[in-house]
Design a binder for this molecule. Structure first.
Ligand code: DX5
Ligand code: ZN
Length: 217
């Protein structure tokens, strides 16, 4: 089954509660929460206070994408604020194995993200310990960017590793997904699809979700 994970980075924050309810109405599988520190990426987004307040509105699991330096400093805070999956960037952490185990110690799922320019080979040894791998298909920091085409090959590489070492792995793709390329990324092996602008654009959440799901059949 393919999971859709709307990124609330592209939501209208002045009515965030309503937008979450709209996702709930459309039976969305995961809510993707993009946390940016202005250091690892050139942008600042939001942190645990926003997460805690929307957690009261929904039962949809929270998929937290930490685009922050040295993320182990904040794992406990995000776990306590309601994260169900935490993704850390391979590039942001000197001790990735320790951090994966630390995330799991809170009873939640652990995931590692790779920037477009980071090779899939680097996670070969840890892939069997992961619940999810996130393939960035734009350079992280901003919503609304264009899909980088060579990332399709990287999805296939992760899928090959998963088939060998971790058949239940969730393979997430994040950045530049639209109704025109969603089918292609799924055909390469992605099974969790992040979409920000494609879900929230023009204030038509319901029809945008229908279009994305419709493009998969
Ligand atoms: C980029 C974020 C993405 C982004 C997705 O740094 O990790 O989750 O918001 O937005 P779209 O789908 O608009 O590329
Ligand atoms: Zn993201």
């Amino acid at each position: 089954m393919i999971k859709l994970a709307p990124s609330i980075l592209s939501a209208d924050f002045s009515k965030l509660g309503n937008e979450i309810k709209e996702l709930e109405k459309n039976n969305i599988e995961l809510i993707h929460i993009d946390v940016m520190d202005g250091m690892f990426v050139p942008n600042i987004s939001f942190g645990t206070p926003i997460m805690k307040s929307i957690k009261t509105l929904t039962k949809i699991p929270f998929d937290v994408h930490l685009m922050i330096e040295d993320p182990s400093r904040y794992i406990e805070d995000f776990a306590k604020a309601g994260a169900d999956i935490i993704t850390v960037h391979y590039e942001a952490d000197k001790h990735i194995d320790r951090t994966i185990n630390y995330i799991k110690s809170f009873g939640i799922k652990a995931s590692v993200a790779l920037n477009p320019g980071t090779s899939v080979n680097l996670i070969k040894d840890i892939i069997s310990d992961l619940d999810m791998v996130l393939i960035m298909s734009v350079n992280p920091g901003f919503g609304g960017q264009k899909y980088i085409s060579y990332c399709s090959k990287k999805i296939e590489e992760v899928k090959d590793l998963a088939d060998k070492f971790n058949p239940n792995l969730m393979i997430q793709v994040d950045g530049g997904i639209t109704k025109d390329n969603i089918k292609e990324v799924v055909s390469k092996g992605a099974n969790v699809i992040v979409a920000g602008s494609a879900v929230f654009k023009n204030n038509h959440i319901e029809s945008n979700i229908k279009q994305l799901r419709g493009a998969l059949v």
